[in-house]
Design a protein around this ligand. Structure first.
Ligand code: FAD
Length: 376
């Protein structure tokens, strides 16, 4: 795959059976709050997870445009699965970019063929949205290996992932060197789920994204060889900064959820015979316009054609997530009382859409990251 992902490619990979399963599973997870492990097996087998892996390692050689297109398509059907895939793509891309030759040869083929699903364990209770001064630590041992201790929270894909990209504090932070997102003295490690020192826990009960296996991950005397460190010791903020430069954006998840909400509105209003009322049609047109604008900024982030692609990536998340929440709320009003029942699908879509603004970098942190560039 190169350039903008082709519709045909997506249609082939995301065939009617998988689409149906994604929809059905989203409804089930709303009630159970559990990830659908069988569906994830189908996703692994679909070939879609290869998108962000270079061809030389068995991947599809896609870039941010492909990742955004796949994530958006998944999110329109099942936002929980979309964020699991988003994290998988993000970790794949970080390994392709920052990994040693050995790490790339060892990990990328499995990330491409779906035998290895990856997750990001950066957040933790107490460290906050800026992820400075982490409580989780990495300490180097006499033999050169590391021991990780701490507790991560809100890790998407916890318990279903085979590989975690874990962020820890490996040295005291330098207060004078702090940036907006990520702190000095932090290091990334690649930890396999078969490491007995890493234990996932799905006791978080989320309002939305209920099938995303977003939970805690505890690190208890978790021993990791130095060769599983990603990037230089203490230099995680450089890798974090590179993420927003990449063009892959959670705005794609937002666009998918907004598409889904708009679809629900059209379906309901048609069924109720309200589409011949001009004010109803015009409200829908307003929403479709906002959706199109959100789609366009996500595409521009993925294409990396803006003068400053990093800023556009941040703005795409900000704009698309805000637009998606507003579209969902407007659709809720348009559904009338039919949207005010617990079983109404729109409420699940709205709860999913709300999560995007909260995911890192949060929308406030995005604003701050854009604003600081004007000060320098
Ligand atoms: C569904 C879901 C999935 C997630 N998946 C993952 C995942 O896979 N991996 C992972 O590591 N994390 C994940 N997260 C966690 C997410 O990245 C964090 O919730 C986020 O970083 C915010 O952290 P916090 O809740 O501690 O924010 P808090 O620090 O408590 O922030 C509270 C509010 O203050 C604002 N704020 C705080 N500090 C600043 C600041 N310095 N500048 C500007 N505004 C600020 C925030 O934007 C927020 O609005 C997920 C979260 C959700 C909801």
């Amino acid at each position: 795959m190169s350039g903008v992902v082709s519709d045909i490619h997506l249609r082939n990979r995301l065939g009617p059976t998988l689409r149906e399963r994604l929809c059905e599973s989203a409804d089930l997870a709303e009630v159970s709050g559990e990830p659908d492990r069988d569906l994830l097996k189908e996703l692994r087998a679909s070939g879609l997870l290869a998108a962000a892996v270079p061809r030389e390692f068995g991947g599809a050689g896609g870039g941010p445009a492909e990742v955004n297109a796949i994530v958006q398509e998944l999110a329109a059907l099942n936002a929980s699965v979309a964020i699991i895939a988003f994290q998988h793509f993000a970790v794949s891309a970080r390994i392709a970019e920052w990994g040693t030759r050995r790490q790339r040869e060892k990990l990328l083929p499995g990330l491409a063929d779906g035998s290895c699903l990856a997750a990001s364990a950066w957040s933790e209770t107490g460290a906050g949205a800026a992820k400075r001064r982490l409580g989780s630590t990495g300490t180097r041992r006499g033999d050169g290996s590391w021991v990780l201790n701490g507790a991560k929270s809100f890790t998407t894909g916890a318990s279903v992932a085979d590989l975690y990209l874990v962020l820890v504090q490996s040295a005291e932070p330098d207060e004078d060197a702090e940036g907006v997102y990520g702190g000095s003295g932090q290091t990334f490690f690649l930890v396999g789920s078969d490491n007995p020192g890493i234990v996932p826990d799905l006791s978080l009960d989320l309002v939305g994204m209920r099938g995303s296996a977003t939970g805690f991950v505890s690190l208890s005397e978790c021993v990791v060889p130095d060769e599983d460190r990603l990037g230089d010791e203490g230099r995680a903020p450089e890798i974090i900064a590179g993420v927003r430069e990449s063009g892959a954006t959670l705005g794609a998840v937002a666009v998918g959820t907004a598409r889904s909400a708009l679809g629900l509105a059209v379906e309901h209003l048609r069924r109720r015979g309200l589409l011949d009322k001009p004010h109803v049609r015009h409200r829908l047109t307003e929403l479709a316009t906002r959706l199109e604008a959100a789609h366009a900024i996500v595409d521009r982030a993925g294409a990396r054609t803006a003068p400053d692609p990093g800023t556009t990536t941040l703005l795409s998340k900000l704009y698309a997530s805000t637009a998606a929440e507003e579209i969902c709320l407007d659709v809720a009003r348009m559904l009338g009382s039919a949207g005010y029942t617990t079983g109404a699908r729109l409420n699940r879509v709205l709860a999913d859409a709300r999560a995007v603004a909260l995911m890192g970098p949060t929308n406030d942190v995005c604003r701050e990251l854009v604003a600081v560039s004007w000060q320098s």
